[in-house]
Design a protein around this ligand. Structure first.
Ligand code: ARG
Length: 661
């Protein structure tokens, strides 16, 4: 492994040299005395000149980018190739604005390692402008303009105009060594950005249901992704803690536990407490009247009422926390009540800007392009879910100064968020070109019968019951595999939790969140196929290879610095490239927030590793004694690199692997 600084310096020098050469060339073209050309030659030269100027700009830009790049970061090969192809296309066809740029990794080795498919789309674009050029011709011209670079060994044109790219082995090997020495480092951020993720967000006094479980798992993983990438992440639990239902809950509390101000009431089951008070509310006029009074008093913040409200919230909070503890979720509670005082100002702002209409006593706001309005004040003067979300988004934009805001709820709320975002843009709070505000919706959870997820008796499933069943099933599975005979009791419990919670999370994350999702313990605990159980086993196995061969951590560290990662065997090459696709995957999931791509990738990595391990000996043992006779260190390094990337992937998914299972 060369010295990275020297490496980097020599690359800079090379690029600087290139810039100088081009500048000289332009200068000489500018000097008319020296030249004696016909006008058509002059035209050509002018064209060449502008092309070269363009090229200089590109080189300058990439020089700058290189300089700002943290050279410890993993390189995104795909992005790098896109840059090279983009530059080549722009130089070859300066007339085409925003040329289509697609570079994809190749699954079949015979087509090379990556492929650029731009020529076909460009031919279409040119045809539309009346120029008939065959895609093959375009591909040939693009290839001519690819400058010498450290990444590409050679290209070839296939079929109608695919450009197949063969990567340089030495380069791939160098990247793997970098990874081993520096660890799995994210690309450096140009500017520290702030992300608000609004997720989980159950409602006080109501059960936290499977929809909230999905939001919790998906939202947490998004936070982990942004945290890994170096963003400042604010994890917000937008709990429903301020509805009119609190009036009836407080009125009922006053009756059932009159001394609630001095003694904490033992409301064990807030669900039934809620049901009882709802029943009274619907049946008893007097109670209903008192409940409304309670709402008013709560909203004017009378201390006794705030106390009652807090008591009720605490009961729920403790329940929620149990779930968060199991799933290792960190989240800051900032419920609807937090925005209470900001709502009045928000309504005023909309009114002052003339954006409010009256509709049968309600105050509503129509945002452009939206068929349904937001209700910002109800006819009884109360505020709504819409009002609190407007106040919340304003707070996140102006006080939290978020660059990205993500809301994770079921897709049923898509319309609500669409209208809230449109209204926030209407009033001028943000420009979607500058600030990314997104609703990351997801489908509903179904039972194995493909119907809404329910218990056998038709009730909603309590999340703690679900998590406990997960634990039980995971223990059964471990015992079935005889792990209880091999592991210590502590190890067994650790494995049980890792498998149970890992599987529940992974099952959710590995499906495209947009789709409905079938919850099945049998499927998620299966250790074949794309499941956490499989990946956890694969990971522990990889981790154990060095240990079982008695290779010390320090030897691996030294080897990372001194041993070249050879990639001559077809399976070594395949694995090496797969490991290095991690940054590309991170980029994709940051752009579309579809985390299943990461799961698919980890599964592919694990299976690619198995292929490698089955055909390449990492350690060679004596057949009789089983003693290690030879360690193929570069292959041990491939094991290490695989494990390092898998571990980061698990981190992002919120899955905790264990040492032994
Ligand atoms: N409490 C809501 C529910 O259970 C979800 C809140 C989502 N966040 C938001 N800012 N509206 O459906």
């Amino acid at each position: 492994m060369g010295d990275p600084v020297a490496n980097y310096t020599s690359r800079l020098q090379q690029q600087e040299g290139e810039v100088m050469l081009l500048q000289d060339e332009i200068e000489s073209l500018r000097d008319p005395q020296e030249l004696n050309f016909t006008s058509s030659q002059l035209d050509e030269l002018r064209e060449e000149n502008s092309r070269l100027k363009y090229r200089i700009d590109i080189l300058k830009r990439s020089l700058q980018e290189e300089m700002s790049q943290n050279d410890k970061a993993m390189l995104n090969i795909n992005q790098h190739l896109q840059q090279i192809f983009g530059d080549a296309i722009n130089t070859a066809y300066p007339g085409i604005e925003n040329p289509p740029l697609t570079v994809t990794p190749n699954q079949q080795a015979k087509f090379g390692d990556y492929q650029c498919n731009s020529a076909m789309a460009m031919a279409q674009m040119m045809k539309a402008k009346g120029q008939k050029v065959s895609p093959r011709e375009i591909a040939e011209k693009i290839v001519q303009y690819i400058p010498n670079n450290e990444l590409i060994e050679r290209t070839e044109i296939a079929g109608p105009g695919f450009i197949n790219v063969h990567l340089k082995r030495t380069f791939v090997s160098k990247l793997l060594s970098n990874l081993l020495v520096n660890g799995v480092k994210p690309p450096s951020l140009k500017k520290k950005k702030k992300v608000v993720v609004d997720f989980s967000s159950p409602n006080i006094a109501k059960e936290m249901h499977v929809g909230h479980l999905r939001s919790t798992i998906i939202g947490d993983s998004m936070c982990r992704l942004f945290e890994f990438l170096g963003y400042e992440v604010l994890r917000l639990n937008h709990v429903g803690d301020w509805g009119t239902q609190f009036g009836m809950l407080i009125a009922h509390l006053q009756d059932k536990f009159p001394n609630y101000l001095s003694v904490s009431p033992p409301i064990g089951d807030l669900q039934s407490f809620y049901k009882e008070s709802k029943k009274r509310f619907d049946e008893d006029e007097e109670f209903k009247r008192r409940a409304y009074q309670c709402v008013v008093k709560l909203q004017s913040k009378e201390p006794d009422f705030i106390k009652a409200w807090n008591l009720i919230c605490d009961v729920s909070r403790k329940e929620f926390q149990k779930v968060y503890n199991c799933l290792d979720i960190c989240i800051e509670e900032r419920g609807e009540s937090y925005y209470q005082d900001m709502m009045t100002a928000v309504i005023k702002e909309f009114e002052e800007k003339g954006l409010v209409q009256l509709d049968e006593g309600r105050k509503i706001v129509f945002a452009p392009g939206q068929s349904i309005p937001l209700t910002i004040v109800k006819s009884d003067g109360g505020y709504t879910y819409d009002t609190s979300d407007l106040a919340a988004i304003k707070n996140r934009l102006f006080d939290e100064k978020a660059d990205i805001i993500i809301y994770v709820t079921d897709s049923g709320q898509a319309m609500h968020f669409q209208v809230v975002f449109a209204a926030a843009q209407l009033i001028g709070w943000y420009d979607p070109k500058v600030i990314r505000v997104e609703h990351a919706g997801f489908g509903v959870v179904l039972g194995e019968d493909k119907k809404k997820f329910k218990t056998r008796s038709g009730d909603t499933v309590r999340l703690m019951d679900l998590l406990e069943e997960g634990l039980k099933r995971s223990m059964d599975k471990l015992k079935e595999k005889g792990r209880d005979k091999v592991l210590t009791p502590e190890e067994l419990v650790k494995a049980q939790r890792a498998v149970a919670f890992g599987c529940i999370k992974y099952a959710d994350l590995s499906h495209n969140r947009i789709n409905d999702y079938v919850f099945s313990f049998d499927k998620m605990l299966d250790d074949r196929g794309n499941t956490a159980a499989y990946l956890l086993y694969a990971f522990t196995r990889i981790r154990s290879i060095a240990r079982l061969a008695n290779i010390q951590v320090v030897s691996l560290r030294t080897a990372a610095e001194t041993t070249e990662v050879l990639l001559d065997h077809e399976k070594e090459w395949k694995l090496g490239k797969c490991i290095l696709r991690f940054p590309e995957i991170l980029q994709k999931i940051t752009d579309d927030l579809l985390l299943h791509t990461l799961c698919d990738y980890l599964y592919e990595l694990a299976t690619t590793f198995t292929e490698f391990y089955d055909s390449c000996y990492c350690v060679e043992k004596d057949r009789q004694t089983g003693e290690v006779v030879k360690v193929n260190m570069w292959r041990m390094l491939l094991c290490e690199a695989t494990a390092a990337v898998m571990a980061k992937g698990f981190d992002i998914l919120g899955i905790n692997p264990v040492e032994r299972m």
